[in-house]
Design a protein around this ligand. Structure first.
Ligand code: SF4
Length: 217
């Protein structure tokens, strides 16, 4: 349970905590939202929508955390920064601009990589067109659908105080080719990066050409 309770950084000295249900998909049934909302209301929590497309219950007191997690009956997102839990998707199949229904590849990536331990915090963003509404270009890994309905992959993007777009490492891909390259690249990064080394820093250290040569075959 401790692995799932985040201590909130507040402006006061009151101790408050956060629990985040793992919703598995950015498309959530109204019943699930109502369920989470009712529990938050019962225990005086506040709902916060995160850029990770998850709904956290924040402002919780310590003594009710066990009860809440029991009542939620949902998986919780672990707090460890080295576990890959941030995989986001744009409006995808529900958007008129969509060039490819990316919900399928999203679910496959969640199944394959969710909670994988990596050297540093890693985010994946999937966008169904080059507009990239969920900022896939500045995620550690971006998967974007081009005008022709084919995927291209960017890696090494970052937001924060020193934002950078990721390098394009492969293009003109179908779904299976995309997953294969991701599997190779993530395994390569996991096995060879230094502790806490971000994907961008890893690519820059070993050289972009060498990284592409290893991961794209
Ligand atoms: S990235 Fe494209 S398909 Fe996805 S929500 Fe934005 S405009 Fe729509």
């Amino acid at each position: 349970m401790e692995n799932y309770i985040k201590t909130q950084k507040t402006l006061t000295d009151k101790k408050r905590f956060t629990l985040t249900p793992n919703l598995s998909s950015p498309f959530i049934s109204p019943d699930t939202i109502i369920h989470i909302g009712e529990i938050a209301k019962k225990y005086g929590g506040v709902l916060k929508l995160g850029s990770n497309q998850k709904i956290s219950i924040i402002n919780l007191k310590e003594d009710c955390l066990k009860e809440i997690s029991k009542e939620l009956q949902l998986d919780l997102v672990p707090k460890s920064k080295s576990l890959l839990t941030n995989i986001t998707l744009c409006t995808s199949n529900f958007c008129r601009m969509s060039k490819y229904p990316t919900i399928g590849i999203y679910m496959k990536l969640v199944k394959k990589f969710y909670k994988m331990e990596l050297p540093a915090k890693t985010k994946i963003g999937i966008s169904s067109c080059k507009n990239s509404c969920n900022s896939a270009y500045t995620k550690d890994i971006g998967i974007v659908v081009d005008k022709d309905g084919k995927f291209f992959i960017t890696m090494g993007g970052r937001a924060g105080t020193n934002p950078k777009a990721g390098y394009t490492i492969a293009s003109g891909l179908n779904e299976n080719q995309t997953i294969l390259i991701l599997k190779t690249a993530i395994t390569y990064y996991k096995t060879n990066a230094n502790n806490k080394e971000k994907l961008r820093d890893f690519i820059d250290r070993i050289g972009l050409d060498s990284f592409i040569e290893t991961c794209v075959r």
